[in-house]
Design a protein around this ligand. Structure first.
Ligand code: AMP
Length: 214
């Protein structure tokens, strides 16, 4: 069983990287943000509760995140492992998750390194499909038909939490926690840092070469 964690600030490209890795390794990409957005879209109790936090860029309480995540990683398609995107966000989430999966699996953490300035630029142009979660960027990866998802033809929108003021708060929260997380995984000797200010294929190739080394 191989479990991968993709760490990085909002806009670093965690979802895109996880998507490529999932295809190559045939293990599912699990984004806690996507799970929350799907719940919100379906108007579930969890989705409604989570919206209060996500719309402000605040963390959803751990109990909700763990119930949702542990239920997901117990599903059949996760028997060979999983790729996490957006989790863990804090040291305590990392420690609880570690206890749960440690005995069962080989783990590796990919840290996507990118400047705040580049993040602000990327998120200003990011669009997302509310139905299938496919990500787009008006400059670097526009949809084929204006404001329409290539895959399911749903109308695209900017995430409410990608607005400038919310991004600034999300970045501040990320930086408050990131050093502890990076240090935690570096001490376990399972951390690989990859620079993200370059084309996605180069990033993915470097990650594959690092995974192969394990
Ligand atoms: P993301 O799509 O990863 O940027 O997540 C969107 C929002 O969902 C975040 O800003 C948080 O409000 C919430 N969220 C996602 N993952 C977590 C997590 N592991 N812990 C707490 N809140 C989370």
């Amino acid at each position: 069983m191989l479990n991968l964690i993709i760490l990085g600030p909002p806009g670093a490209g965690k979802g895109t990287v996880a998507h490529f890795l999932a295809k190559k390794l045939s293990i599912p990409h699990i984004s806690t943000g996507n799970l929350l957005r799907s719940n919100a879209h379906q108007n579930t109790k969890l989705g409604k509760t989570a919206l209060v936090y996500t719309e402000r860029g605040h963390f959803v309480p751990d109990e909700l995140i763990f119930n949702m995540l542990f239920e997901r990683i117990e599903q059949k398609d996760c028997t060979k492992g999983h790729i996490l995107d957006g989790f863990p966000r804090t040291l305590s989430q990392a420690e609880i998750y570690q206890k749960r999966v440690e005995a069962l699996s080989k783990a590796m953490v990919i840290h996507l390194d990118i400047s705040d300035q580049e993040v602000m630029k990327r998120l200003a142009y990011r669009l997302i499909c509310s139905v299938c979660n496919a990500p787009y960027n008006l400059i670097t990866a526009p949809p084929k038909i204006s404001m329409t998802c290539d895959q399911c033809l749903t109308k695209l929108a900017q995430r409410t939490d990608d607005q400038k003021e919310v991004v600034a708060s999300r970045l501040a929260i990320y930086h408050k926690n990131a050093d502890c997380l990076i240090d935690y995984y570096a001490k376990k000797n399972i951390l690989k840092t990859v620079s993200c200010n370059r084309p996605i294929q180069e990033i993915v190739d470097e990650i594959f070469s690092k995974i192969d080394l394990i």
